[in-house]
Design a protein around this ligand. Structure first.
Ligand SMILES: NC(=O)c1ccc[n+]([C@@H]2O[C@H](COP(=O)([O-])OP(=O)(O)OC[C@H]3O[C@@H](n4cnc5c(N)ncnc54)[C@H](OP(=O)(O)O)[C@@H]3O)[C@@H](O)[C@H]2O)c1
Length: 259
């Protein structure tokens, strides 16, 4: 199937989906941004896409409209869109209900949620990337499933509640874990040391966690009950109250978990 797709948004997810769809043989018809300069800049990478800052898509030849914009803007932008007849409109959020598209001009609303972290410019392999699909009717679900299957072998149907659960778990697994790396990097660089010294440790942590399960992979002073070491670390963090508090709460949680 070759789909004609309009991308609404020019952020991280829009950047990845537009490329992935075009590489899979689909046609990107338009790219919307409220800032026309951003839309124009974005479209230069695509064969047939035109840039727009108008939400009036009446003359669009796209069949699928992907709303890859900030969670908080989804409902407002969806209701402001003017769409061609029978258009399928899907947002890409893990945490926003499909019903946020309820005021859109089409009854064909759904969700296309790629379970991955995306940053512009950092390539991601979609081949086995899980994509959660939801459709308000069979037609929408089948269109989005076909679109998902054209880029990944792991497309699956899930409702808004299941998607929200995954997103909550993903915040811990991805966003919080990554913030721990940021704190770790700051501790190293404050002492003039190279964060990359920890690269093998980080890689082994991820691979071991996936291989034997995170609950079996835990090591460290809190797991061992080395309270003197915990006190020394806490003391070393005394100048950064918030980081010390994060250290204390997570260490206590590990102690309680393995008690
Ligand atoms: N990044 C991820 O790892 C990831 C993964 C899975 C799903 N998602 C979901 O994908 C969606 C997009 O995320 P993202 O990471 O691509 O966000 P992003 O990089 O921050 O981009 C957000 C986009 O939304 C646009 N926008 C914000 N408010 C708007 C408004 N009121 N009207 C029109 N456009 C507006 C922004 O336009 P301006 O540039 O003009 O501000 C920008 O193009 C979100 O629903 C997110 O939950 C993200």
């Amino acid at each position: 199937m070759t789909a004609r797709i309009a991308i609404i948004g020019t952020g991280n997810v829009a950047w990845h989906l537009a490329r992935t769809f075009e590489n899979a043989g689909h046609i990107i018809t338009e790219v919307y941004s409220r800032d026309i300069i951003k839309a124009k800049h974005f479209t230069t990478d695509f064969f047939n896409a035109s840039a727009t800052n108008s939400l009036d898509f009446r003359k669009s030849t796209a069949q699928i409209f992907i709303l890859a914009i900030s969670d908080d803007a989804i409902e407002e932008v969806a209701s402001a869109l003017t769409l061609p007849q029978d258009a399928v409109l899907a947002h890409t959020s893990g945490s926003v209900s499909m019903s946020a598209l309820g005021y859109a001009q089409t009854k064909n609303i759904g969700v296309f949620y790629p379970i991955q972290t995306f940053s512009k410019g950092k390539k991601v392999n979609f081949d086995e990337l899980p994509i959660g699909i939801e459709g308000d009717n069979d037609f929408t679900e089948s269109i989005l499933l076909r679109l998902g299957s054209s880029v990944s072998t792991k497309t699956l149907v899930m409702n808004s509640q299941a998607r929200k659960n995954i997103h909550l778990a993903a915040v811990f697994a991805c966003n919080f874990a990554n913030h721990m790396f940021t704190i770790s990097k700051e501790i190293m660089s404050n002492k003039g040391m190279d964060f990359n010294l920890l690269a093998p440790l980080i890689e082994e942590t991820l691979s071991k966690s996936l291989q034997i399960g995170p609950e079996n992979a835990q090591t460290g002073p809190a797991k061992r009950g080395d309270f003197e070491t915990l006190d020394k670390h806490y003391e070393a963090l005394s100048k950064s109250e918030e980081i010390a508090e994060i250290y204390r709460i997570i260490s206590q949680h590990i102690i309680d978990y393995y008690a």
